[in-house]
Design a protein around this ligand. Structure first.
Ligand SMILES: Cc1ncc(COP(=O)(O)O)c(C=O)c1O
Length: 346
C-alpha cells in the first residue's frame, strides 16, 4: 500500500539504476504520481528552486527569458543573477497583458508564467500566452505551485513545462523541501534528467516519501482550504478595516472571469491590504491561531507581510499574503477579526 523510503547510496550491479544520484524507487513513485496528475513525465528535485535552476540551466546562451514582474522572488533573483553572468536576458513582464508579454519574446527564448502570481494573485491567460509564445519560437514554462495540478493543468493549456515547489501544497504539512518538473517533451526531459544527475540537486528519499503521503490527501485538503479561503476573502472584503482584498474567487477581482474559465477552483491564497504598513505589522503580531511565518500550502493557516522581504518593492507595503489552511473557519475569522483591532478613527 505504501512505497517505503529507500535509503541507499548505491545499488548492487545488474539492476536498472547504477548509483543513487541517478534514481531511487521512492522518487520514481512520487514522479509517477505528479506526472499522472499533470499529464506528463516528471522529475523530482531537491527543492522548488532546484527545479527552477534545472529548467533555466538549459535555455540557450543569451536567450530572452520573460517572467512576471511579481513572480516568486527566488525565481526573479535567480534570473537576475543569471543575467548578470551573461547567461540569459531577463525581461520582467505583466503576464496579464498578453500583447506586451509576447512582444518581448524571441526565437529560442522562454516565457515563464506564474498564475496566480505570488503574491499579487494576478491571473495570466496560459492558453493564449502559450500559443503566442510558440508562434515566436519560445518555450513556455508554468510554475503551477499555487494552483496545484488539481486546480489547473498547464500542459493541457499548451505549456511545455510545469514546475512545482512541492514544498507547498503537494507535500502540504510544512515539513518538506522538494521540487518537481513535468513535461511531455522527451528532449527536455532528458536535459533536465542530465541537469539533475550532474548538478546533483537530487531529492531525498524521505522527502519524496513524505510528499507522496501528503499527496494522498491533496484533494480533501484543498476542498477545505478553498472553502475557507472563499469565506475569509468574502468577510475581509466586506470589512471596513481592510482596504483591498486580492482573491480570484471574488466576483470583483480583475482575474475572476479568466480564473473561472482556466481553473477548477480559485486556490487558497488570499492577499489583502490594510490602511498602513504599521496596521499590517500589528496584525502579524496580534494573531494567535494563525502562524506569522513565510511559505504556504500547509494545513495550518499562515500569513506574513510580503514587503518585509527584499525584492518585494513592487508589492504594496501593507500587503499581507495569507495561506489558508484546514482549521475551522470560525476559529480563523475570530483570530483575524480580533487581530484587525478596532476600526480606525482617523
Ligand atoms: C511560486 C513558487 N515557486 C517556487 C518556489 C521555490 O520553492 P522552494 O522553496 O521549494 O525551493 C516558491 C517558494 O516559496 C514559490 O512560492
Amino acid at each position: 500500500m505504501s512505497v517505503p523510503p529507500v535509503l541507499t547510496s548505491t545499488y548492487v550491479k545488474g539492476g536498472e539504476v547504477g548509483y543513487a544520484r541517478d534514481g531511487n524507487p521512492t522518487w520514481s513513485a512520487f514522479e509517477e504520481a505528479i506526472g499522472a496528475l499533470e499529464g506528463g513525465r516528471a522529475l523530482a528535485f531537491s527543492s522548488g528552486m532546484g527545479a527552477v535552476s534545472a529548467v533555466l540551466g538549459v535555455v540557450p546562451l543569451g536567450a530572452v527569458v520573460a517572467a512576471p514582474m511579481d513572480a516568486y522572488t527566488g525565481t526573479r533573483f535567480l534570473m537576475t543573477d543569471l543575467e548578470k553572468k551573461g547567461r540569459l536576458r531577463f525581461a520582467p513582464v505583466d503576464v496579464t497583458d498578453a500583447g506586451a508579454t509576447l512582444s518581448v519574446l524571441e526565437d529560442g527564448g522562454m516565457l515563464w508564467i506564474e498564475s496566480p502570481t505570488n503574491p499579487m494573485l494576478r491571473i495570466a491567460d496560459i492558453e493564449q500566452l502559450a500559443q503566442g509564445a510558440h508562434e515566436r519560437g519560445a518555450t513556455v514554462v508554468v510554475d503551477n505551485t499555487f494552483a496545484t495540478p488539481l486546480l489547473q493543468n498547464p500542459l493541457e493549456l499548451g505549456a511545455d513545462v510545469v514546475v512545482h515547489s512541492a514544498t507547498k501544497y503537494l507535500s502540504g504539512h510544512s515539513d518538506v523541501l522538494l521540487g518537481a518538473v513535468v513535461t511531455r517533451d522527451d528532449g527536455l526531459y532528458d536535459e533536465y534528467y542530465e541537469a539533475r544527475v550532474l548538478g546533483g540537486a537530487i531529492p531525498g528519499p524521505m522527502e519524496t516519501f513524505l510528499a507522496l503521503r501528503g499527496m494522498r490527501t491533496l484533494g480533501v485538503r484543498l476542498e477545505r482550504q478553498l472553502a475557507n479561503a472563499m469565506e475569509l476573502a468574502t468577510r475581509l472584503d466586506a470589512d471596513a478595516r481592510v482596504t483591498k482584498v486580492r482573491y480570484p474567487g471574488l466576483g470583483n477581482d480583475p482575474g475572476h472571469e479568466l480564473a473561472a474559465r482556466q481553473m477548477r477552483g480559485f486556490g487558497a491564497i488570499v492577499s489583502f491590504e490594510l490602511t498602513s504598513v504599521e496596521a499590517s505589522d500589528a496584525l502579524c503580531e496580534a494573531i494567535e491561531l494563525i502562524a506569522h511565518t513565510t511559505s504556504l500550502g500547509g494545513v495550518e493557516t499562515t500569513l506574513e507581510r510580503r514587503g518585509t522581504w527584499e525584492g518585494e518593492e513592487l508589492t504594496p507595503g501593507s500587503l499581507i499574503r495569507m495561506s489558508v489552511g484546514c482549521e475551522n473557519v470560525e476559529d480563523l475569522w475570530s483570530d483575524l477579526s480580533s487581530a484587525l483591532g478596532p476600526p480606525s478613527t482617523v
